[in-house]
Design a binder for this molecule. Sequence first.
Ligand SMILES: [Zn+2]
Length: 308
Amino acid sequence: MRINSKQFLSKGVKALTLALTMGVANNAAAELNIFACEPEYAALAKELAPDAKIYSATTAMQDPHQVQARPSLIAKMRQADLAICAGADLEVGWLPMLQMKSANAKVRSTDQGLFFAAEQIETLDQLTSVDRSMGDVHAKGNPHLHFDPVRMLDVAKALTNKMIQLDPQAESEYEAALVSFSQRWQAAIPNWEAKAKPLQGSKVIAYHSSFKYLFNWIGIEQVADLEPKPGIPPSSSHLASLLSRTKQGDILAIVIASYQSERGAEWLAERSDLPVLVLPMSVGGNDQSVDLFSLYDSAIDMLLSAKN
Ligand SMILES: [Zn+2]
């Protein structure tokens, strides 16, 4: 049978159109619009949904407890299919405002596209009774859980389930991404633990409970906090008491996070002759921390540097 050029062209265009439509449909299925409250969850989303459109509301240089509900954040949340946040009330001062102003029903409830990492795991340091005199404490436990590799793996699994719930057409893609991430992550854990071994039993003075999970995991003891109470910056009387604590001679370093003020730490460092380590609070907290893997490496390497 002879096909003239006009028929051929028509068939070709039809096939091409079909291919394009299918291609677009396939891609659209794995392209959730994701709003992450913190960069560590943007990084996790990137591992688990590489084709998604991902936006982080904060950087590692910002205090995630205190964020302005700016119009740009409201606009981003308005477009989101999924919002991923640490939870345990870390964002209680700003997330409800963003949700209200963005009026996006998709991310209003955890039944839908709202995901709290802390709800997927057991948090450290949960408090049974809280009163105002205790400062800005985390009653639902410490929300800074992203430096615990085992908890993060549990979060990754739960997050994958959430993505599949919201975007069931792309289930196989999310499953494959989780397998890839889990394999690389589980291979990295023993390497991190071996590298961090010399840090076991070390004592540090740190700012807030930001690295509690990291210290807990690798066996570092935070013997004192630069904050006299959670959310309260170091006072001179408090710093004086920390200085007398350093006289015992057993402290490895003063540890602060990339977003925290160095002033109190520097004051103490000058008088105690201890090093100040500014650890990346999250991905982007320093040049080395470009993803979750390098974030862990960088934090452990910096702590090790104080041993030498
Ligand atoms: Zn906190």
